[in-house]
Design a protein around this ligand. Structure first.
Ligand code: SF4
Length: 330
């Protein structure tokens, strides 16, 4: 347990217990993706092109832009160049590396290895003649990337229990499922249970597709949310795992759960009269944003911070190979 006391006059400030979820914030895949861009900038110099936000966080993206990264949504926005072109942690459809190769781009793939694992699973199912159900959210770049590993009719997207209830496979004994890595563990378990009841022969992953970071952050929120008056999830609205953390907090009994991008977004009409608040951060949110939020509370309250840990993490992913090699060469 640690505590953070504010400058005098403390007596005039009400007390606030801050329960800090652990783990929170950056996962190994996000660290690797950001390091890949920074390393590429250091080795090759700017510009370094990045397809899509490298991770879903404006603070991170703006920081990399300031160092010379150029973010694009599609490769056709990039002029002919020798500069590195990096694919984001969410993964890309096969057409993207193909297009990069056709244009002789120096492509560096920062797809998280745990997303690549899902791509490989889907490919194996496809080769074995199975129809594939992908449980995930339409339009999310990871879902677009996973579906884009295979021909258009090979993968069926299921977003909800209602979708699972009406899904009709081509052949119920040649069926498999994979999932997005950043889903709600509990919602996904319900969907998988329903699919297994309806199609007992359906084949799933050997090891959970929802990644360790998503699971651990949700577990920590489940410990904290029932103990606090309000819960803050630091993360971007387009960050799937951050949105799920907010939902998990609500489901765990916290009626005031909000997703915030930065301290300046705190609505003091909601957060101005609390006895306790829980704080976590999505896998793409840097710790400095959490610190700034605690500092904002410390200006109004006498703050006592307690760490609540659901797991310890020591996962590390090495950089994409060309960047690893450049590191070794130094
Ligand atoms: S949230 Fe999970 S799958 Fe996504 S980048 Fe992080 S470790 Fe990889």
């Amino acid at each position: 347990m640690s505590s953070r006391m504010t400058a005098s006059p403390q007596a005039e400030k009400p007390a606030l217990k801050v329960l800090l979820c652990s783990p929170r914030g950056f996962c190994a895949g996000v660290v690797r993706a950001i390091d890949a861009v920074e390393r590429a900038l250091a080795v090759y110099g700017p510009p370094v092109y990045v397809r899509h936000e490298i991770v879903h966080n404006r603070y991170v993206v703006d920081g990399l832009k300031a160092k010379g990264a150029v973010f694009v949504e599609q490769l056709d926005e990039i002029p002919d160049t020798d500069a590195p072109v990096i694919f984001s942690a969410h993964g890309v459809p096969r057409a993207v590396p193909k297009e990069a190769a056709a244009r002789n781009f120096f492509a560096l793939d920062a797809t998280c290895p745990l997303v690549t694992k899902v791509h490989r699973e889907a490919e194996i199912h496809f080769r074995r003649g199975r129809e594939i159900v992908l449980i995930g959210h339409a339009g999310h770049p990871e879902v677009i990337g996973t579906m884009g590993q295979l021909p258009a009719d090979a993968v069926v997207l299921i977003e909800t229990l209602a979708d699972a209830a009406v899904f009709t496979p081509r052949d119920p004994v040649k069926l498999a499922y994979v999932t997005q890595t950043t889903l709600s563990v509990d919602d996904t378990a319900e969907i998988v249970d329903l699919l297994k009841r309806r199609f007992p022969a359906i084949i799933g992953p050997h090891k959970e597709d929802i990644c360790y970071a998503t699971q651990n952050r949700q577990e920590a929120v489940k410990l904290v949310a029932p103990r606090v008056d309000a819960m803050i999830v630091v993360g971007a609205p387009n960050s799937s795992n951050s949105q799920r953390l907010k939902e998990v907090a609500e489901r765990a009994g916290c009626t005031r759960a909000v997703l915030l991008q930065r301290a300046g977004d705190i609505d003091w009409a909601i957060f101005g009269a609390l006895k306790s608040v829980g704080i976590t951060a999505g896998a793409s949110a840097p710790e400095i944003l959490v610190e700034q939020i605690i500092d904002a509370f410390a200006e109004r309250y006498t703050v006592d911070v307690e760490n609540v840990s659901a797991a310890s993490e020591d996962v590390f992913f090495p950089l994409p190979r060309p960047l690893r090699d450049s590191e070794a060469a130094e």
